[in-house]
Design a protein around this ligand. Structure first.
Ligand code: PBG
Length: 326
């Protein structure tokens, strides 16, 4: 064949492939989400093999192991005993609650660690919703935002570097920015869950934290998976309200949204490879149906290629170990 264009020439040698490689993924791109609880031991999570609710000691061990392979940023998710849950979620801004105590312990041990906290009421709310539930079942927006502000300030005071509102209430980014600034935390960043979809892929996470809604679903605040334009609207609002970074969640089934936000915004874009994505990769790998290392690294590279600057992934430590040649 007379072919002037033979794309395969650029693929003929590993060194040439490396020269023309357009994207890469490394440990510097990862935030490692970790589940914490008050208990003495680590409790494995059924649908997330390899992940546990970590005790304070278990958490220190896990953070140390991740840091050893170049992961320096961590997102904390607390499992709160049922007895501490109330309809107003007030444990969310208890200065001596599990999250503030854990932030202080980690910062004491490693002052340079980057800590991300979740701002939402679901772990603390007896109704299992991210916001306050009215007697008629509605999720109250403005009342919730007032509590989220207290929660964010409590987290900042305890050492959070980045607060990440995942609640999807309207106006919370701007309100949290004002609240943080008023308390002297102008250096604390806001990572907004901008396009957080009402997804079936959060199932294992809700098992991990025992945080599933007691009634109803999250469709009046999380986004409809059918919508694409709406993510741009959320992005515009979060940016205008002072978000430092925008997030898309889940990641794998929403690569088009990641690309849309990357193209529409000049802010860094994050993506959350959520619990259900982790569970799918684990389940298929455990059955020998997928090569876990290759499939996981490809999924992470795909998320980067779609336009994510950084990724929250339960595979953070493991992927960093693989990338280091382990
Ligand atoms: C709740 C929150 C959820 C996740 C992160 N923060 C669950 C939900 O919205 O129900 C899900 C993360 C995952 O599935 O890995 N504010």
């Amino acid at each position: 064949m007379i072919l002037p264009h033979r794309p395969r020439r650029n693929r003929k040698h590993p060194a040439i492939r490396a020269m023309v490689r357009e994207h890469h993924v490394g440990p510097e791109h990862f935030i490692y989400p970790l589940f914490i609880h008050e208990g003495a031991g680590d409790v494995p999570i059924g649908a997330m093999p390899g992940c546990s609710r970590l005790s304070p000691a278990g958490l220190l061990r896990e953070v140390e192991a991740a840091r050893a392979v170049g992961v320096h940023s961590f997102a904390l998710f607390p499992a709160v005993p049922e007895a501490q849950k109330t309809s107003d979620g007030r444990e969310a801004h208890n200065r001596d609650g599990l999250v503030p105590r854990t932030l202080r312990a980690l910062k004491d041990r490693w002052p340079d660690v980057v800590l991300v906290t979740d701002v939402a009421l679901d772990p603390y709310n007896s109704d299992g919703h991210d916001g306050i539930v009215a007697p008629d079942g509605r999720i109250l927006n403005d009342e919730t935002v007032a509590v989220l502000c207290k929660q964010a300030v409590t987290q900042a005071r305890a050492g959070a570097d980045i607060v990440a509102p995942s609640d999807m209430m309207d106006g919370r980014v701007g309100a949290i920015r004002l609240a943080l600034d008023a308390e002297g935390f102008s250096e604390v960043s806001i990572l907004a869950y901008t396009a957080k979809y009402a997804s079936a892929f959060y199932g294992p996470f809700r098992e991990a934290l025992d945080s599933a809604p007691k009634s109803g679903d999250k469709k009046t605040y999380q986004m409809d998976p059918a919508n694409r334009r709406e993510a741009l609207r959320e992005a515009r609002l979060d940016a205008a309200e002072g978000a430092d970074m925008l997030m898309v969640k889940p990641a794998g089934p929403y690569l088009d949204i990641i690309r849309d936000l990357r193209d529409a915004s000049d802010l860094p874009i994050a993506a959350y490879q959520v619990s259900g994505e982790y569970a799918m990769l684990k389940a298929a790998s455990e059955r020998g149906w997928l090569d876990e290392k290759r499939a996981v690294l490809e999924s992470l590279l795909g998320i980067r290629r779609a336009g994510a600057d950084f990724i929250l992934t339960y595979y953070a430590k493991q992927a960093a170990q693989w990338l280091a040649g382990g």
